[in-house]
Design a protein around this ligand. Structure first.
Ligand code: PGA
Length: 260
């Protein structure tokens, strides 16, 4: 696991976006794994700007999002379908026929999860999977105690996740109790993984992920076993890491030879 610590959230966001544009420039028909949540809009804004500047095109890329709320149709304003349309797809040249999310309004959510898992297998593997992390260590909606080998399925959301995501719902509306999420095993099939975490609320989860014992109490800790993971942090999110000095030594200010 490569840990890159940047002085500011803006720099961390910029590097994350750059890793995605580099991937797509090197392989225009890349399969990208995309994420939602409050951390991602600045990343998607940067990608939209790069597209507008003509430095990258997503016309031949395919995307798979991690998750969707059970019960929300793709046109619901708080669905992740809508989030992706607003934040990225409508501002870039992604081909809508090649952007995929699970259908939250499918009549049988478990069958939809199986269909989505099969689709990823057919069109994958995912070249680059973008991840956020929950303050409880979840990746996708793989809440604590998720099997570290799990595939796409329906998960019950924790009270803390529903509470954290309440801000994205209208007054009086609450996040659904369940989501369809790609599994940790599904995420593991990605060739490379980039996880972005910003702010002090993520510091405990990040420390557990990178340095804690691997276990289902912190699902992101499973990433310790993946051969190609880059963790991108701002100062606040890195605050609880015991080996911060080592990460600085290896990559001062997030520097890597290929990004000098
Ligand atoms: P956030 O969520 O970006 O809204 O903090 C991240 C996550 O839950 O994976």
């Amino acid at each position: 696991m490569k840990v890159l610590i940047f002085d500011t959230p803006e720099e961390a966001v910029k590097r994350t976006a750059r890793m995605i544009t580099d991937q797509v420039q090197a392989k225009p028909d890349s399969v990208l794994g995309l994420a939602t949540g409050g951390t991602m809009p600045p990343v998607y804004e940067q990608l939209s700007n790069e597209y507008k500047n003509g430095t990258v095109s997503f016309a031949n890329a395919t995307s798979f999002n991690l998750d969707e709320y059970v019960g929300l149709s793709p046109t619901h304003p708080c669905s992740y379908h809508e989030f992706m349309r607003q934040e990225l797809f409508s501002k870039t040249d992604f081909n809508p026929a090649n952007t995929f999310l699970p259908r939250g309004d499918a009549p049988v959510p478990n069958s939809e999860a199986d269909r989505y898992e099969t689709l990823i297998k057919e069109k994958g593997p995912i070249d680059l999977q973008l991840l956020g992390i929950g303050s409880n260590g979840h990746i996708g909606f793989n809440e604590p105690t998720s099997s570290l080998a799990s595939r796409t399925r329906v998960k019950t959301l924790t009270a803390s996740t529903r509470d954290a995501n309440k801000q994205f719902f209208a007054d009086g509306e609450t996040p659904p109790n369940h989501a369809i999420t790609t599994g940790i095993g599904t995420i593991f099939d990605s060739k490379t993984i980039v996880l972005l975490a910003l702010g002090e609320k993520k510091a405990d989860a990040v420390a557990g992920m990178a340095e804690g014992p691997m276990g289902a109490h912190n699902p992101a800790s499973a990433l310790q076993m993946h051969p190609s993971v880059t963790v991108i942090l701002d100062q606040a999110a890195s605050a609880k890491l015991k080996l911060r000095e080592y990460y600085f030594l290896a990559h001062p200010d997030g520097e890597e030879p290929e990004y000098r």
